[in-house]
Design a protein around this ligand. Structure first.
Ligand code: DLL
Length: 432
């Protein structure tokens, strides 16, 4: 195994990729129109038939699909293949409403495994590696996705799932895991625990594949230096398949989108206009090879930019920039847009731990933001004066990053609840 899992696709010319995309898009639109009633209705309302979609140049004509369309179709109203052809489901966590159920045929699983195998090779993976999968297994796609990719690559797979940190570290050490797959917040927690137990030097890890939540460049560097590894970003969502829709190569300069399976677009979330490369907006995906659950122009609510420039690694697959956050986790505080990832950047730059929480409230009709962040054990033993001084420095750094005042509270080590999956970064009391 060389540098690529699928060199022909990963380094294909734009003409070759466009040819694949044109064919697959036309077929998918036809199949969806014939088999998915809500989709046919949307197309009819837009005055479209499949004949109007002749190539990817016609993509912009198609109506968008949103999460609320999927909720309305719960559980299987968007299914494009007979249920008897499906072999698995996964589902979103449903914390903000009804769960979305994603269906997969065997061919969908094969494509998904291929995406995750590509991601593992990008992170230096070969069949000699031992892949420690500490994403949750079950309805969540994280565990199953990386597990499938690791099998496809022929690596030894440790299906750890999330939780039980002692056992994670024991197996990581005893089975000499070389690639760790989990959320970045859990990676930070595992690093912290390994250091505490004096186990950090007994690990053989060389890289990590971290995603499922937004994380900053500062957090990447923190994890890389603590675990002594190279940390790669991986992106995906249940509705589109799961992890591996896009992932980082060794250049760590954006995440390569598996464009033979998914066509990315960036739109202005307000006007819905398609934006050119380099402009920030909402990421939209069209699945062009899925059989069971092929969403067309699905609005992810994730915010990023897109580039089609060839990467230094040799891959031609378009790249999305590190995800900035979601349109729905962007906080508007006193009219100012605040992303938790901006706060994270400031905190880690100020030498704080990546364990933090934003508490938002409305007092006397005015928004307030409190940033709680854990001190390192060394800071904890500092004089009160030194702690107050640090709080002041962070208040001032946040003010220049965000343009608003945030109260900063340095809290004792281990007082913010650790997450084994996606971290809870925001408590917004205004909604109650
Ligand atoms: O989180 C799939 C996944 C699992 C991706 C493991 C990567 C690794 P969902 O639970 O459906 O699926 O959540 C999808 O998580 O729309 C983003 O808002 C966020 N997200 C996923 N990956 C990243 C990332 C999985 N690398 C939602 N950076 C997406 C920032 C991410 N946000």
């Amino acid at each position: 195994m060389g540098k690529y899992f699928n060199e022909a696709i990963e380094t294909a010319s734009r003409e070759e990729l466009t040819k694949i995309q044109n064919e697959r898009l036309v077929n998918t639109v036809k199949r969806v129109y014939e088999n998915v009633a809500p989709y046919r209705k949307k197309m009819e309302e837009a005055g479209l038939t499949p004949d109007d979609i002749k190539s990817i140049d016609d993509l912009h004509k198609l109506p968008f699909v949103t999460k609320s369309d999927l909720r309305d179709a719960y559980p299987d109203g968007m299914l494009a293949a007979p249920k008897s052809e499906c072999v698995r489901i996964h589902s979103t966590s449903g914390t903000t409403g009804r769960r979305v159920v994603a269906f997969y045929t065997q061919s969908d699983i094969d494509d998904w495994d291929e995406c995750c195998a590509r991601a593992l090779v990008m992170a230096g993976g070969t069949k000699e590696d031992v892949v420690h999968v500490a994403y949750g297994y079950g309805l969540f796609t994280g565990g199953a996705g990386l597990h499938g990719g690791s099998h496809k690559l022929g690596s030894l797979t440790l299906p750890m799932s999330s939780g039980n940190t002692d056992r994670q570290l024991q197996f990581m050490k005893d089975l000499e895991a070389t690639i760790l797959c989990c959320t970045p917040s859990y990676a930070a927690y595992l690093a912290e625990s390994a250091i505490e137990r004096g186990d950090i030097n007994n690990l053989k890890l060389k890289s990590g594949i971290f995603g499922a939540e937004a994380w900053s460049e500062e957090m990447r560097q923190d994890i890389e230096s603590k675990l002594g590894i190279k940390a790669y970003d991986i992106y995906g969502l249940t509705e589109i398949s799961g992890p591996g829709v896009a992932s980082e190569c060794e250049c760590q300069d954006g995440l390569h989108v598996n464009e033979d399976f998914f066509i990315p677009e960036i739109i202005d979330p307000e006007t819905e206009e398609v934006l050119p490369d380099g402009e920030q907006g909402e990421l939209v995906f069209t699945c062009i090879n899925k059989k069971a659950f092929p969403l067309l122009r699905y609005r992810t609510r994730d915010i990023t930019t897109l580039t089609h420039e060839k990467c230094k690694c040799g891959r031609t697959l378009a790249r999305i920039e590190r995800l900035k956050g979601r349109t729905d986790d962007m906080l508007v505080i006193k009219g100012v847009n605040v992303f938790p990832s901006q706060v994270e950047e400031v905190l880690i730059n100020q030498g704080m731990t990546p364990n933090y929480q934003l508490v938002v409230d409305r007092i006397n009709n005015s928004d307030t933001l409190e940033v709680k962040v854990e001190m390192t054990p060394e800071m904890f033993s500092d004089r009160i004066g030194a702690i107050e001084q640090k709080e002041k420095q962070i208040v001032s750094a946040l003010k220049s990053m965000l343009g608003i005042y945030a109260k900063v509270s340095l809290v004792s080590p281990k007082s913010i609840v650790r997450s084994e999956g996606k971290a809870v970064r925001v408590i917004d009391n205004r909604k109650i």
